[in-house]
Design a protein around this ligand. Structure first.
Ligand SMILES: *Cc1c(COP(=O)(O)O)cnc(C)c1O
Length: 354
């Protein structure tokens, strides 16, 4: 820390992204990226948009907003495009939370929430998940705080019920419920329809996972138009041109080819089922996943050890050191070839140990 760093950030611990190693080629199952490249139309759209890079992009991002509105059955003024969904999450924390409007979220959830709260000096409360890592909706009924819920949750992969999200929203009418749906396309129900009925639900989604576009940084929020207007105030006060020309064009092309991406999601779900079966045969306890990763622990190897052993064998997974989950690893579901390699390496490792 330099002697110039603002005191208001002296306590800030930044989010730690998963490793993006450059030392060798790994089977990379650590950051929940898609194993599939985007379709050619997306690549072509980005390239031709780059030909106009001398011009600023459309700050309203109208073409992509309209395409998303059509895809999700909402009005364009109920959508805000952001630079990845981390940006919509940060905007929502900035817009709706403060000393008088703290936020609550689970003890085991996306690590960006406590960081965004600290960054914006928002008091936050963590509510423990149940022993089986499911969320108990009763813990959130009528708490009178803003709430962030990941649907499905990360890194557990477990999805709450949309009907429980609805009960939570109804019981906290003066608070905003942020529903983070980064992984919703891998087999669970979205809360987007609830945004029509309730003015206090903001759904955040992203092109990073199910649409193979983590590198393009496209996220979006869907909610009541008054919420979106507030978020636009924050956006135009921080970064009006938050979506690049190439990303906006690529996003439109992706929605024009939605079948390609939704088919890939189905393949990932099949590969997930295969991987879960193999892991169970290898003595793993695997949490029920509705996402493109599984969260698993074995009784024959500790989580940190498994992470290191797999890394030395060329397979990268993610390990978190938080007490409740330190025995687990989070494994991204990739192509079937990648998953076969993972299972081979774990099988070999187990032969050495058991
Ligand atoms: C990956 C992820 C995001 C955001 O990713 P972006 O690349 O910023 O869109 C948000 N929430 C969760 C739970 C995630 O895992």
């Amino acid at each position: 820390m330099s002697r110039f760093f603002s005191e208001k950030y002296s306590e800030l611990t930044p989010y730690t992204p998963g490793e993006q190693p450059r030392d060798m080629k790994y089977v990379k199952l650590n950051t929940n990226e898609s194993p599939f490249a985007p379709c050619q139309a997306v690549i072509d759209a980005a390239a031709s948009a780059a030909a106009s890079y001398q011009l600023y992009p459309d700050p309203d991002c109208k073409a992509l907003t309209d395409a998303l509105a059509a895809r999700y059955g909402v009005a364009p003024d109920e959508i805000l495009l952001t630079n990845g969904s981390d940006e919509i999450l940060n905007f929502a924390f900035m817009a709706f939370c403060d000393e008088k409007h703290p936020i609550a979220f689970a003890d085991i959830t996306y690590g960006f929430y406590p960081v965004a709260a600290q960054l914006n000096r928002i008091p936050y409360k963590t509510i423990p998940l149940k022993e089986d890592f499911t969320l108990d909706p009763e813990d959130y009924i009528g708490i009178g705080m803003n709430i962030a819920i990941a649907n499905p949750n990360a890194p557990t992969g477990i999805a709450p019920l949309v009907s429980d999200i609805e009960r939570i929203a109804v019981s906290n009418p003066d608070s905003v419920i942020i529903v983070d749906e980064a992984y919703v396309d891998f087999g669970t129900e979205s809360a987007i329809p609830l945004t029509k009925k309730y003015d206090n639900i903001l759904v955040a989604q992203t092109f990073s996972k199910s649409r193979s576009m983590a590198g393009a940084r496209i996220g979006f929020g869907i909610g009541n138009k008054a919420l979106i207007a507030d978020l636009n105030t924050i956006k135009y006060s921080t970064n009006p041109y938050n979506i690049s020309r190439a990303s906006a064009a690529a996003g439109v092309a992706a929605l024009e080819n939605d079948d390609y991406f939704m088919n890939n999601c189905r393949t990932i779900m099949e590969n997930r089922a295969w991987t879960v079966d193999r892991l169970k045969e290898l003595g793993f306890d695997v949490l029920p996943s509705s996402s493109n990763f599984v969260f698993a622990q074995a009784d024959w190897i500790e989580g940190g050890e498994l992470y290191l052993a797999l890394k030395s064998r060329g397979v990268l997974v993610r390990h978190f050191t938080l007490p409740r989950i330190s025995n687990f690893v989070r494994i991204t579901i990739g192509s079937i070839e990648q998953m076969q390699r993972l299972i081979e390496e774990i099988t070999a490792l187990r032969k050495e140990r058991v």
